[in-house]
Design a protein around this ligand. Structure first.
Ligand code: ASP
Length: 333
């Protein structure tokens, strides 16, 4: 809780667009444009709710998060880094589309210190439809950002009255309001605009950044396994210069034998391969059905394909290409 005599928290709000800023559906319609509303309009709506926080808006982009990429990530990372060093800013909220919130959030989680809270917030319904969830989520995010016990938990996502660690979060529904699931941990907290209950203490207090922000994005592709497929897609990825491959495998990261053999050849030629699962949830462990030791592959453990790709990009950009070192990074917290 904030001390009533202390000034309200000063929160940097970085806008990127997404459905939380979506408009055009006109009350009961379906079609809309993500990022149709400017960040200033969103922040003005929020300020009208009378929250005890000072919001400092900075628009980075007004796009659907399916179009987010290196330029926006670099701008977000630079703005968050500056906020870490700015004594006038207490925390950062990023308004973001939900399609890739887990990717942006995890990239920042890997490359920012934990001294101040960084919180992503999105919505499943555009701002101008009946039952829009964006303002509720945004007000919840302000509640979280204003709490002194928020920093030191890594980058978080606030959706559906819950606070999720982005490392654990994944979008599991295309349109339901309660679209995110977490694995292996459950939510870090429950939140409403008037209450916040953490389920545990901070676990990453004052950590430095784990990795340097990538100077460029090495090409890392996700290959989804399917029954009856052959090795040609692996060869095609090598042909376009993939620097790493994430397998979205069946079950515990499985693929047809010819595909695994092709992936082993890729790994032997210096293109690291991480086995994740196309299944929604569960661990992919080493040497269960696939002999990772013999094939030179890495097991993604709790990370799904999208976040496994982000981690592999960060590792390769930091010069970490050895399978054992990559495995250690996937094993570590
Ligand atoms: N496609 C939208 C986006 O990711 C969906 C959303 O925001 O929920 O920007």
């Amino acid at each position: 809780m904030n001390n009533p005599s202390s000034p309200p928290p000063r929160i940097l709000v970085l806008g990127t667009g997404g459905t939380i800023a979506g408009s055009g559906a006109g009350g009961t319609g379906a079609a809309y444009r993500p990022g149709g509303l400017s960040l200033d309009v969103l922040v003005a709506h929020l300020a009208a709710l009378g929250l005890t926080a000072e919001l400092v808006p900075q628009e980075i982009a007004r796009i659907g998060s399916q179009d987010i990429g290196y330029a926006e990530w670099q701008a977000l990372h630079a703005a968050c880094s500056a906020a870490m060093d700015d004594p006038a800013i207490d925390a950062v909220i990023i308004t973001h589309g939900t399609d890739t919130a887990e990717e942006t959030g995890f990239l920042l989680d890997l490359t920012l210190p934990t001294a101040k809270a960084v919180i992503l917030v999105g919505a499943m319904r555009p701002a101008d439809v009946v039952g829009a969830d964006g303002m509720r989520n945004f007000a919840n995010a302000v509640k979280v950002a204003g709490d002194p016990a928020t920093a030191g938990r890594g980058v978080m996502l606030v959706m559906g009255d819950a606070v999720l660690a982005v490392r654990d979060a994944r979008k599991a529904a295309t349109s339901a309001i309660d679209a995110f699931r977490t694995f292996p941990r459950g939510p870090l907290a429950r939140v409403t605009p008037s209450s916040l209950d953490w389920f545990g203490p901070t676990h990453r207090f004052n950590e430095p950044a784990r990795y340097a922000f990538p100077a460029e994005l090495p090409r890392v592709a996700i290959l989804t396994a399917g029954a009856g497929m052959d090795e040609k897609p692996v060869e095609a990825l090598l042909g376009i210069g993939a620097r790493g491959i994430v397998l979205a495998g069946m079950g515990q990261g499985n693929a047809p034998r010819v595909v695994l053999e092709a992936l082993a050849r890729a790994a032997a030629s210096g293109v690291p391969v991480v086995r994740a699962s196309r299944v929604d949830e569960g661990l992919v462990d080493r040497n269960v059905e696939v002999d990772d030791d013999a094939l030179g592959l890495v097991a993604a453990r709790a990370l799904g394909p999208a976040k496994a790709r982000v981690l592999l990009i960060v590792l390769l950009a930091n010069g970490i290409t050895n399978a054992a070192e990559i495995q250690a990074a996937f094993d570590g917290g």
